[in-house]
Design a protein around this ligand. Structure first.
Ligand SMILES: [Zn+2]
Ligand SMILES: [Zn+2]
Length: 404
């Protein structure tokens, strides 16, 4: 069966694979195809557990902080209202989507998809739903929210008394199930259950769907994929222009994101400003080295890696070189999947503001760096999604053909 590598664009032939085996691209080493076992009943139960647990995670308090006789609790929705009342509506909407709406929508779509597969009612409409669920997956962030909640919990316990409440425990379970769901739900298997692959002879030119990787004869170019309804194109449209625009916007916003404060604290001694760097210093001073390292990785290194990595890839399309081409292709895959973890810092502010709000004693508010920082994260995630790594290989091939 003809298969086109989604990372380097090489067309190659893959025979029928046995259970628990995988085929890798001969050119870039990326995973081409795999046959993993999938227990549909377990997958449905897994997804149903995520969907059901999302209700108490959202409706019950996450944490409680006590200061003398006063105590405060926070809910996920409090983060939205705290950002909104501090006059940061864009941040409030982003937090509401990433922390509340997308986890619910993704779990509901997955339940519908798996339910339809179980009943044998598969069509391109089910394919569309699974395509949407996969697109939302990177933006549904209960796991990132749990990491942010853990940092808030540790910080709270430095000066106050903090407890994890039932909503927090449910959210931890949701995050655990969400992170482990690829273990019982193979996307390759789900796509094949929606519609089996169509064998394409190795002799005719082929085109692969960039979403479900179905390979079809090249005459289908411009038509919709029969499995997921995505329009079939040889390469992503305007990939270079879109990626370059988003990366430039990311660089412009990177400096205010680190220069200004993510949050500020009103306390009897005056206002205390907290930038990302100061937050790391405070964690080190409090003895939380591990948390400081996590914040350095998620909030400083990952955004920088994404901007520099994507710039390197853009330049390498214009000035192709075979040197490090496989490394660049793998780096693209890493950048695409880890970008979401940089949202930890904006989430910390959203969780801390309603929890540490003891009027007259201490109040946490959103700083001017929170919006540019959240936009850097969003723009670099969109840039990675817009870029097409196959362009680096195309440019290299064209250069080698031109040089004879
Ligand atoms: Zn490849
Ligand atoms: Zn498709």
């Amino acid at each position: 069966m003809a298969v086109t590598c989604e990372h380097c664009g090489t067309e190659q032939h893959v025979g029928k694979l046995a259970e628990r085996t995988a085929a890798f691209c001969v050119r870039c080493g990326s995973l081409l195809d795999t046959v993993e076992p999938m227990d549909l009943t377990l997958g449905l139960a897994w997804t149903l557990a995520i969907f059901v647990l999302l209700f108490p995670a959202n409706l019950l308090p996450l944490m409680q902080a006590s200061l003398g006789t006063q105590s405060r609790v926070n809910y996920i929705s409090n983060g939205v209202s705290a950002l909104w009342s501090d006059h940061w509506p864009v941040l409030a909407i982003m937090f509401a989507l990433f922390a509340i709406v997308f986890p619910f929508v993704r779990a509901a779509l997955m339940l519908l998809v798996l339910g339809c597969i179980r009943r044998g009612r598969c069509s391109s409409r089910v394919g569309r739903m699974f395509r949407l669920a996969q697109a939302i997956e990177l933006w549904a962030m209960p796991d990132v929210l749990v990491l942010a909640g853990f940092v808030v919990y540790m910080r709270t316990n430095v000066q106050l008394e903090g407890h994890i409440e039932w909503g927090g425990w449910c959210l931890i379970m949701v995050a655990g199930l969400h992170m482990l769901s690829p273990w019982c739900l193979s996307s390759h298997r789900i796509w094949r259950a929606i519609m089996p692959d169509r064998p394409v002879s190795g002799r005719e030119p082929a085109i692969s769907c960039e979403v479900c990787n179905m390979t079809l004869p090249r005459i289908y170019q411009g038509c919709r994929c029969p499995r997921c309804a995505k329009r079939l194109r040889l390469r992503k449209e305007y990939a270079m222009h879109r990626t370059a625009a988003l990366v430039i916007a990311g660089y412009i916003l990177y400096f205010p994101a680190y220069y200004f404060s993510m949050s500020y604290t009103l306390q009897p001694g005056g206002i205390k400003w907290h930038s990302i760097i100061e937050g790391v210093r405070e964690l080190i001073n409090a003895g939380f080295w591990e948390l400081a390292i996590i914040i350095v990785i998620t909030s400083i290194l990952i955004p920088l890696l994404k901007l520099l990595g994507l710039s390197w890839m853009l330049v390498s399309v214009r000035h192709p070189s075979r040197k490090h081409l496989v490394l660049r292709t793998r780096l693209y895959h890493v950048i695409h999947s880890i970008g979401r973890w940089s949202n930890v810092d904006p989430f910390i502010v959203a969780l801390m503001a309603p929890l540490l709000s003891f009027r007259g004693v201490v109040e946490v508010h959103v700083g001017r760096a929170a919006l540019p920082f959240a936009l850097v994260v969003a723009f670099t995630m969109l840039a990675a999604r817009s870029f097409d790594p196959r362009l680096m290989w195309d440019a290299m091939l064209q250069k080698e053909i031109a040089n004879g």
